[in-house]
Ligand binder design. Structure first.
Ligand code: OOG
Ligand code: MG
Length: 261
């Protein structure tokens, strides 16, 4: 980065936005040359800070894996971020909107590693053999005003990660199950969108393979017990106080988040 800017400074900039619940301008507004490797360094410092204050990394998230999300956010490339235990929203616990900047929620198919998965060369079949699956809702809360960002900005911001909520864990019976499984998103009882699992990378299990292969580049692996969010199947909806958002996934069941002030 330049003499005037450092990854540490930008990590603090984003952390401050989270803590004060005040959106900030994209980093690329002031530093257009921000590279993807610099963005990853900022993201890593954000996670390191969370770990230093006692949080535990619980897995990873893929973002922008469906056409609906890529079109909505104007970025045609999947991204990776990290989850911690502090981000897990227990089932039945309402989401406090005032603890966020401008939270939105999106339905996702979620995988949980039953054993370690090491790349490179992890295939969809390998990914499915190593995982259980559940439905989930991800709450994203970009630290950038109006969710306006470029690819490097959103990577630095840990892919807008904020909270995640999981349905009951299941063992998938065949790969077709997950690409053909239906997803219906309801806000206050009204259906706002629907999709099938194939909306995510053709098969949401590809997200697990992608993450394992990404980790392999640094000699790391996806560890047993890790959670992997495969990405929103449809565009996210804003969470306002009093709103009930339910994602239903056929055989995978359903999960609801209720927003309170
Ligand atoms: C970026 C995060 C995208 C997903 O599932 O596509 C994401 C954003 O939309 O702010 O989590
Ligand atoms: Mg997501």
């Amino acid at each position: 980065m330049t003499a005037q800017t450092s990854a540490g400074q930008w990590a603090a900039y984003l952390r401050n936005a989270t803590e004060t619940r005040q959106a900030v301008a994209p980093i690329t507004d002031t530093f257009p040359e921000l590279s993807l490797s610099e963005a990853l360094a900022i993201q890593q410092l954000g996670i390191d800070h969370r770990v230093a204050r006692g949080e535990r990394v619980t897995g990873g998230k893929l973002g922008l894996t469906s056409r609906a999300k890529q079109v909505a956010m104007g970025i045609a490339e999947p991204i990776i971020g990290w989850l911690t235990d502090a981000m897990l929203l227990p089932t039945d616990q309402p989401l406090s909107v005032k603890e966020h900047i401008h939270p939105r929620v999106e339905p996702e198919i979620v995988f949980v590693l039953e054993r370690d998965l090491s790349g490179p060369g992890v295939s969809l079949i390998d990914a499915l053999a190593a995982t259980s699956v559940c439905c989930g809702l991800e709450v994203i809360d970009s630290r950038y005003a109006e969710f306006r960002f470029k690819l490097a900005d959103v990577i630095a911001d840990n892919a807008s990660a904020s909270r995640y909520c999981l349905g009951p864990l299941m063992r998938p019976s065949s790969r077709d199950d997950l690409s053909l499984i239906g997803c219906m998103l309801e806000v206050d009882g009204e259906i706002v969108s629907s999709a099938s699992g194939a909306a995510v990378l053709g098969h949401p299990g590809e997200a697990v393979a992608m993450l394992a292969n990404h980790l392999a580049r640094d000699g790391r692996r996806l560890e047993a017990g890790s959670t992997v969010l495969s990405g929103g199947l449809v565009n996210a909806v804003p969470l306002a106080p009093g709103r009930h958002v339910t994602a239903s996934f056929g055989r995978l069941g359903s999960v609801t988040i209720t927003a309170v002030e």
